[in-house]
Write a protein that binds this ligand. Structure first.
Ligand SMILES: [Zn+2]
Length: 694
């Protein structure tokens, strides 16, 4: 195959071809941004997964509105590739900084209509994962893919390798490959979150609210945004704000849910939506992390529990919006800035949550619609036709404004704005990355269907978009679906776009943004009509939703071609040895100092990494050791400041050497120690005592 390429290249003895080969070779090594660059893969793509259809059975009306929530840790073991930043990142996951969770909300109205809303701390949701979760829950809950909405936060520090199409398995992570065990791991845990929500359903009330938040985000692709013939800027934006800080959708949407307790209620949590890229933590990070969302989720959950005295599970399921061109407003990418942005978001969210105290209602009306659109059909919208073959544009090779790849620059012709001299064919301005070599990629390595979904919860309409929509395309979509709701007399007043939901198909820009071929436009795989077609189809789904009497038709089977299969998931190993504390060290280059504890334990595949593992204890005056709390919160690996890293294999067969590092925010003089939680028959392990004082 490569000989054929070489011969063709020699036939085209041009500078362009030389550049193309340099790009190809370098492109295999580097890359950046969320949408990966392509390569003509000489790897088997014949692995086909056939998944049979789902029969949701019948469902009985409950007579009263009920709701339930579930939250499950989905942090995989170390050793997996990390999704996001493509090859700009070099290392697999070495451990965890902030744990990843799936949060589920089950809603069932008095007529028996029911839906499940799920949020995951993942880079994106794959169609394969969406389907497998539905298959795992349908028998007990009667919920199939059509009533199941799963959104991702778009953290760039979650696992990769779980996609149903080869393109994202190959290029979405720091290394290529599809691992069915990652799909199984995530499916089981996300399904458990849904089942927990379903099993704890009880009479409930909801309230819907929204507010505008400026200052936490900015538009990273302002030149493309400014090319729009119309721009929907929020009325609350100030002219004194920098243009890139105004050119965002500032809407924060909240669905609050409370359980009825006695004559009052008790919060179950909130499902929220805000457009912000999960890129406040840089590509050099090699730890699982929820990025900016981690602090926003936890801090609201903590605030609700504390303020309302809730002892049971509380969730903050923060989903992403039309974030395609929206970056977090960091000055430097690091954990501290990700945390600060998240805490600010949570603080504003808590104000809104409390504002909803008096607006709770149990008069709830649910509705939904769903379709899987074959991308081979030439749908049209705004006089543009959806391209029937995916194409990746040259600027994708160079990465976005948030992280350029090594290829970026005029020398290799890889820069934002690299485009055709005049519109050519269906993809118009797009300059094909790698030229004819891209044609060697089978069409089935890219998504061939598109999943669209609408959900109505009283006056709130959620629209699930399978990728990253730009700010202005999102605003046009919102207007289109609201108009459709008005025409069909559905009293919907507010729309939230749940991005990266149910499936991933890269970016969707407006046709005008697309024409400039910046990173986002070059990542709009099916041409300039992609965004308008999504808006038109969702408009149609909303129109139909008003009169939907039978569930939408679902495929009788699904076929996935995930490409090269690898075993990234670590093995379960048996070991005869026990645990062993090694040492505590203090890094006094920071104030207060960081404390690290190294110990020998089970291997990454055996240690049950998705369960709490490390916490801190302090010694009180009578000599007893008790869990350490700061601001009424335990210091453990479910918070924001305790990381766990797998260092290496231990000399003892089947064992590993681990390190826990605590980043204290305030100093203590009392004695402290690390505690490693029991595993199987292994008892807890304690570090030697230490203090933070000099
Ligand atoms: Zn992205």
């Amino acid at each position: 195959m490569s000989l054929i390429c070489l011969r063709v290249a020699l036939m085209h003895d041009t500078w362009r071809i030389w550049r193309l080969y340099v790009c190809l070779l370098l492109g295999i090594m580097v890359g950046s941004g969320c949408t990966p660059p392509p390569t003509p893969m000489l790897i088997p793509t014949s692995t086909v997964i056939r998944v049979p259809g789902i029969d949701p059975g019948s469902w009985k009306a409950g007579g009263v509105f009920v709701a339930g929530v579930g939250k499950v840790d989905i942090t995989p073991p170390p050793g997996l590739p990390l999704f996001g930043y493509s090859r700009a990142r070099t290392d697999d996951a070495a451990g965890v900084r902030t744990r990843l969770y799936a949060r589920a909300l089950y809603l069932e109205d008095a007529r028996g209509e029911h839906v499940v809303l799920v949020q995951c701390d993942l880079g994106a949701i794959s169609a394969l994962l969406h389907l497998q979760v539905a298959r795992a829950i349908v028998q007990e809950t009667g919920i199939s893919v059509d009533r199941l909405l799963i959104g991702a936060t778009h953290t760039h520090a979650g696992p990769g390798g779980y996609f149903g199409v080869a393109y994202y398995n190959y290029w979405g992570s720091n290394r290529p490959g599809y691992d069915p065990r990652i799909v199984t791991f995530l499916t089981e845990r996300i399904a458990n979150a849904v089942l927990a929500a379903y099993r704890t359903r009880a009479p409930a009330r909801i309230a819907i609210g929204h507010m505008t938040i400026f200052g936490l985000t900015h538009n990273r692709s302002l030149e493309a945004y400014n090319n729009n013939k119309s721009q929907t800027i929020s009325e609350e934006a100030l002219w004194t704000m920098l243009p890139e800080y105004r050119a965002v959708d500032p809407t924060f949407t909240m669905l609050r849910v409370d359980r009825i307790v006695g004559a009052g209620t008790q919060p179950l949590g909130a499902f929220t939506n805000f457009a912000i890229h999960g890129t406040a933590v840089p590509s050099s990070n090699d730890l699982y992390s929820g990025d900016v969302h981690a602090a926003a989720e936890r801090a609201l959950e903590w605030a609700i529990r504390r303020h309302y005295g809730v002892q049971t599970e509380v969730i903050h399921a923060l989903t992403n919006g039309a974030e395609g061109d929206v970056a977090p407003a960091f000055t430097t990418q690091n954990f501290a800035e990700a945390e600060q942005l998240g805490l600010t978001l949570a603080s504003k969210a808590f104000d809104l949550f409390q504002d909803l105290d008096t607006r709770l209602t149990d008069a709830v009306h649910l509705g939904y619609n769903y379709e899987e659109l074959p991308l081979q059909i030439p749908y049209t919208a705004d006089d543009l036709e959806l391209c029937q073959h995916a194409m990746v544009g040259v600027p994708v090779l160079g990465g976005s404004e948030e992280g350029r790849s090594l290829l970026y620059g005029k020398l290799l012709g890889v820069y934002e704005g690299a485009r055709q001299e005049s519109p050519q064919g269906c993809h118009t301005w797009k300059l094909k990355a790698l030229d004819f070599l891209q044609d060697l990629i089978p069409a089935t390595d890219f998504p061939t269907t598109m999943t669209l979904q609408t959900m109505r919860i009283n006056e709130l309409l959620l629209v699930a978009v399978p990728g990253e929509m730009s700010t202005e395309m999102g605003q046009r979509l919102k207007q289109a679906v609201l108009q459709a709701a008005q025409h069909t007399r559905q009293s919907l007043t507010h729309v939230a776009i749940v991005g990266l939901a149910n499936q991933y198909i890269s970016y969707f820009t407006t046709p005008e943004e697309y024409a400039l071929q910046h990173y986002e436009g070059a990542s709009t795989l099916y041409g300039p009509a992609s965004g308008p077609v999504i808006a038109a189809r969702l408009e149609y789904l909303v129109t139909q939703m008003a009169a939907l009497t039978t569930p939408p038709a679902l495929p009788s089977q699904w076929i996935f071609r995930p490409g090269l299969k690898v075993q990234a998931f670590p093995e379960v190993l048996s070991t005869q040895g026990g645990r062993e504390a090694q040492r505590v060290t203090l890094d006094r280059s920071t104030t207060p100092p960081r404390a690290s504890f190294v110990w020998q334990d089970l291997s990454p595949g055996t240690i049950s990494f998705d369960a709490p593992l490390v916490h801190l204890e302090t010694q009180i005056r009578d000599g007893r050791w008790v869990p350490l709390f700061i601001d009424a919160l335990p210091v453990d690996d479910q918070g924001l400041h305790l990381e766990i890293r797998y260092l290496r294999e231990a000399p003892l067969a089947g064992a590993g050497v681990w390190q826990a590092t605590w980043y204290p925010q305030v100093s203590f003089s009392d004695p402290l120690r690390f505690v490693i939680a029991p595993r199987g028959t292994l008892p807890p392990l304690y570090s030697e005592p230490f203090t933070l004082s000099p």
